[in-house]
Design a protein around this ligand. Structure first.
Ligand code: ADP
Ligand code: MG
Length: 212
């Protein structure tokens, strides 16, 4: 059983210097409760693919099914609850403390507290983003992505701004949380060292998705 299925997805970008094909005829299934690693050099199309999965970007061709239903009409609803996203940048609002930042995504206080407790970051609740280390910021982002209890977690280079120790910690935190809460995850990174921690791994080469 899969949570999302991409069928024959193609995407190109038109720019002032021409038309660039990024993804061509991609088929991709994300099985329930599985972790997928997406790696490859900068520019190969990882973010493009993830943005199509989350509905932040639209393909030129092809279709996307979420639990068997076409995603076109309802992806914003899915983003509110069923799909959690973690980006390279934290996108925390500097004027709001951690709790208020998370409340922008999801308002149920007892569930927020549960998640903060699970990630052992209760003590950061009233701090502002500039009072947090990069590692702490990214742990807050993991908690924010998980607070609505999504079924799918997408993380695009979540460790780029972290040192080795914090990068390992954040990847393991995401993978453990996915196992614990029964969700599927796709994490993109150019750092191939994480590959063995995942159920499956893929790369993008010459506009195609390759299982490795
Ligand atoms: P990755 O995440 O693997 O680094 P991206 O998916 O961000 O790769 O980008 C793939 C290619 O598409 C790159 O060559 C990039 O310059 C280009 N690209 C990405 N977004 C746009 C856009 N909005 N307009 C034009 N080109 C883009
Ligand atoms: Mg990228």
């Amino acid at each position: 059983m899969n949570i999302i299925e991409l069928k024959k997805i193609s995407k190109s970008y038109k720019t002032n210097i021409g038309n660039f094909e990024i993804l061509k005829n991609i088929n991709f299934k994300i099985d329930k409760k599985k972790s997928i690693f997406l790696f490859g050099p900068s520019g190969c199309g990882k973010s493009t693919l993830l943005n199509i999965i989350t509905g932040l970007d639209v393909p030129d061709k092809g279709s996307i099914l979420y639990e068997g239903k076409s995603i076109k009409e309802n992806h914003m609803e899915l983003l509110k609850k069923d799909i959690g996203i973690i980006f390279q940048d934290h996108y925390l609002i500097s004027e709001l403390n951690v709790l208020d930042n998370i409340k922008l995504k999801y308002q149920n206080i007892s569930e927020i507290n549960e998640i903060l407790n699970y990630f052992k970051i209760d003590d950061l609740k009233l701090k502002f983003p500039n009072q947090l280390s990069n590692g702490q910021k990214q742990r807050v982002c993991v908690a924010r992505a998980m607070v609505s209890r999504p079924k799918l977690l997408i993380a695009d280079e979540p460790t780029s701004y972290l040192d080795r120790e914090n990068a390992d910690l954040v990847i393991n935190l995401i993978l453990d949380a996915c196992k614990n809460f029964d969700l599927s995850t796709v994490i993109a990174s150019h750092d191939i060292s994480f590959k063995s921690n995942f159920d499956y791994s893929y790369t993008i080469e010459n506009n195609s998705l390759i299982k490795c």
